[in-house]
Design a protein around this ligand. Structure first.
Ligand code: CTP
Length: 395
């Protein structure tokens, strides 16, 4: 999987870039749309965000993070000129100045604007800097003129992007494309076990890690179902969400869907115990104490391990303390019959529960991988790379 910054500037050809986003997402890439105000006159930024299957409320500086390629399609005469000059007055042009990797532009404009001396000088300047120019082609323009200025077709632009990625060696790592078209089941959040009508036994899980996994799997082209327990964050676009507030709900909804899943990621913090006899009403306060008896819940991950079918990949999570916790996670992986256990050291206050960052050790049968501290989306990508490697190739 490669990260692609996709600049869309203001031309009628912006609608064709929707198809370009779809092609790139289907190929398993992480697409970050950068839509200018001019482009929004034709297609709303939300359309691109939804097609790119990006989670809501992402980092506002995403356009300045590392990317494997910057593609601008359509590139108007105005945007080409700004890129040639190094102006930075929008997220697109800021990204163009900051980005250090390969750049591809697909110009689209009126034939006389394309032929203009100023435009040709700007194109030559960009080419001299190593920018790849795709198109424009000859045809009828939206204004009824005929000539050179039509944006190249989305498939041609996608092919140019793939060629650049292959040439720079930043194409998909082994296993990254493995999720395309696969059925992925993710659990996320923390269950709440009622004590009475208003009180519950809960935990601190926000659901961020599971949501990041669901978003990343969807971005890689998987059909994703997210079994959600009391998420503190929004579910990503493009995934099917099933609400499961309690451990019993989560067990029922997950086990009902497990047979169809190629990959199951049990990121939810499922209660291990629940009140034996929750009250239907609210208990009023009085001077007496209140003893609540708890009983064990079903271990869903262990149950999945029992019924798993050949070829299915099951990933569990373990939140525990330090080296000793890691040793327990290794034992847990075998006991619960899962392929991978993602170990999270909860003795660290800066990662894990309710934090934007995480740092994990992915424990497998063949070895262990330490994933350094990073955004949960980055950690999710590493987990899916490992899980993808274990998925049997399609027939
Ligand atoms: N899990 C589950 N069903 C439960 C409890 C946990 O499916 N009732 C899953 C979690 O989703 C997670 C993994 O099991 O993937 C976490 O295991 P954990 O709760 O750490 O295991 P325990 O056996 O409870 O840990 P401990 O060793 O502390 O008993």
């Amino acid at each position: 999987m490669s990260r692609i910054l996709l600049g869309v500037s203001g031309g009628i050809a912006a609608y064709k870039s929707c198809e370009l986003v779809r092609l790139l997402v289907r190929a398993g890439h992480d697409v970050v749309p950068l839509v200018t105000a001019g482009a929004e006159r034709f297609v709303r930024a939300e359309t691109f965000t939804a097609l790119a299957r990006r989670p809501a409320g992402e980092d506002v500086y995403l356009h300045l993070t590392r990317a494997d390629v910057l593609a601008v399609a359509p590139a108007t005469a105005n945007t080409l000129a700004k890129m040639a000059l190094g102006l930075a007055d929008s997220v697109l042009t800021e990204a163009a100045v900051a980005h250090t990797g390969p750049v591809i532009v697909a110009p689209a404009m009126n034939p006389r604007m394309w032929a203009a001396a100023a435009t040709q000088v700007n194109v030559a300047t960009l080419q001299a800097r190593g920018v790849t120019i795709v198109g424009p082609g000859t045809g009828d323009t939206a204004e009824g003129e005929h000539g050179v200025g039509r944006m190249a077709e989305p498939a041609e632009i996608a092919a140019a992007i793939e060629a650049v990625l292959a040439a720079t060696g930043s194409g998909a790592p082994a296993g990254a494309g493995a999720l395309s078209g696969r059925s992925v089941l993710v659990t996320a959040g923390g269950t709440r076990e009622p004590i009475d009508a208003v009180r519950y036994v809960g935990n601190r899980s926000s659901g961020r890690m599971g949501v990041a996994l669901a978003a990343e799997a969807a971005r890689r082209g998987a059909e994703v179902t997210l079994v959600a327990s009391n998420l503190a964050v929004a579910a990503p676009a493009g995934v099917t969400v099933v609400q499961a507030p309690t451990a019993a709900d989560l067990a029922r909804e997950t086990l009902a869907r497990s047979a169809a899943a190629d990959l199951i990621l049990m990121a939810a913090a499922v209660a291990d115990y629940r009140p034996v006899d929750p009250r239907a009403d609210k208990r009023s306060k009085d001077a007496a104490g209140w003893t609540v008896e708890l009983e064990p819940t079903q271990d869903v991950l262990a149950a999945l391990g029992e019924v798993r079918r050949p070829g299915q990949v099951v990933v569990g999570f373990a939140a525990d303390h330090g080296e000793e916790g890691l040793s327990k996670a290794r034992v847990k992986r075998e006991r619960k019959r899962c392929d991978l256990i993602v170990f999270n050291d909860v003795s660290r206050p800066d990662i894990g529960f309710d934090s934007a960052d995480n740092e994990v050790t992915i424990v497998g049968a063949a070895g262990e991988l330490d994933v350094p501290k990073g955004a949960k989306s980055t950690v999710a990508a590493a987990i899916l790379d490992e899980a993808g490697r274990l998925l049997a190739p399609r027939a």
